[in-house]
Design a protein around this ligand. Structure first.
Ligand code: NDP
Length: 322
């Protein structure tokens, strides 16, 4: 495993990291999570991603239990949480968004669920049009000065919104956001590569990128239908199934995935490993957050690192053409 600086910070994150969206508490219990974290630590992973909104906080509880059981030294790994969506089924207006109140309380609640004294990374999970940017920046700055958060950042904010937060912080001598958590994979490139280019250059924002397999689409497993044990078959994820497969957009994406298979075969690897390795070619990626519902998937995905040296200019051209 190699380690990359998170943007212009001194924090070194493992190139591959591990997240728990959909999986923890739904497909993965604490015992399985423990085995997965064991495989992650063995591989050199040092960052684990979570959010208040994942399974309404239950995902953080599972992660906290598994990390505690493994008993690794707290200074050897990083955990994150994200605030915005809330952790309640029918949230009160003060239990969602990026107000000072919710940003602060959600941080305290995440620390409790994860059983940690501080969050290494704390993200605004989406932008909040109802809260002035200055209020959120101040709230994050205060958490940093209190030692409850080490680095704060954004997720799926526009480049303009990120620039606004950075400028407000810098003008007021507050802690600016250090990282963004965007989607980035072979099928979803534009925002990362085009829209964010100026903010990487100007503000040195690091990135913890999500869905390297486009929720599993890039494994090729959806090409002949929807496997019963897959994310797209889960109750409550019909929206994802439609977006991934059962729509014009889904069909168009699947046609691209089909073209990926011979390239993986020619390299003697799997589409999953190829797709994950490809994300690491971009120097603006600080870490690629892996997802897995089983240990075997995680092990396959970790082996993507072996494929990275095979992605020469010719292969990259073939992938870009698709
Ligand atoms: P992926 O795109 O890699 O999808 C992971 C899913 O694909 C797995 O749970 C599994 O689902 C399937 N899969 C993974 N590997 C394999 C394999 N080798 N063979 C077959 N199927 C496989 O990543 P995620 O979408 O899970 O995102 C990763 C992390 O990023 C999340 O856990 C979360 O931490 C973060 N994230 C952040 C978001 C944000 O808004 N900030 C949004 C989304 C994710 P199954 O077996 O059920 O089919």
């Amino acid at each position: 495993m190699k380690y990359r600086s998170m943007g212009r910070t001194g924090l070194k994150l493992s190139e591959l990291s591990f997240g728990s969206w959909v999986t923890f508490n739904k497909q993965v219990d604490a015992g399985q999570a423990e085995r997965m974290f064991g495989a992650c630590f063995d591989a050199g992973i040092n960052f684990f991603d979570n959010a208040e909104g994942y399974e309404r906080g239950q995902s953080e509880i599972v992660m906290g239990q598994a990390l505690k059981a493994l008993g690794r030294s707290r200074d050897s790994y990083c955990v994150s949480s994200k605030v915005f969506f809330g952790s309640h089924e029918n949230p009160a207006p003060t239990q969602v968004g990026l107000s000072r109140k919710h940003v602060t309380e959600a941080c305290h609640q995440a620390m409790q669920r994860l059983q940690v004294d501080y969050l290494d990374l704390y993200f605004c999970h989406r932008a909040d049009p109802d809260t002035p940017i200055g209020e959120t920046v101040w709230a994050m700055h205060n958490l940093v000065t209190q030692g409850k958060v080490l680095y704060w950042g954004t997720s799926e904010w526009s480049a303009e919104q990120i620039a606004e937060a950075c400028d407000f912080a810098l003008e007021n001598h507050l802690t600016p956001p250090s990282m963004e958590q965007p989607q980035y994979n072979l099928l979803d490139r534009k925002r990362f590569e085009v829209e964010y280019a100026p903010i990487f250059k100007k503000y040195g924002i690091g990135t913890t990128t999500w869905s390297p397999l486009a929720s599993g689409a890039l494994t090729g497993k959806y090409l002949e239908g929807i496997p019963a044990d897959s994310r797209a078959a889960l109750p409550g994820y019909e929206w994802l199934r439609e977006r991934m497969v059962e729509s014009e957009r889904g069909e168009e994406r699947m046609a691209r995935v089909r073209k990926l298979l011979p390239i993986a075969e020619q390299l003697g690897t799997t589409p999953s490993k190829l797709a994950i390795a490809w994300c690491l070619l971009n120097p603006n990626v600080s870490t690629v957050i892996l997802g897995a519902s089983r240990v075997e998937q995680l092990e396959e995905n970790l082996a993507a690192l072996e494929v990275l040296p095979l992605l020469d200019d010719e292969v990259q051209k073939q992938l870009a053409a698709i």
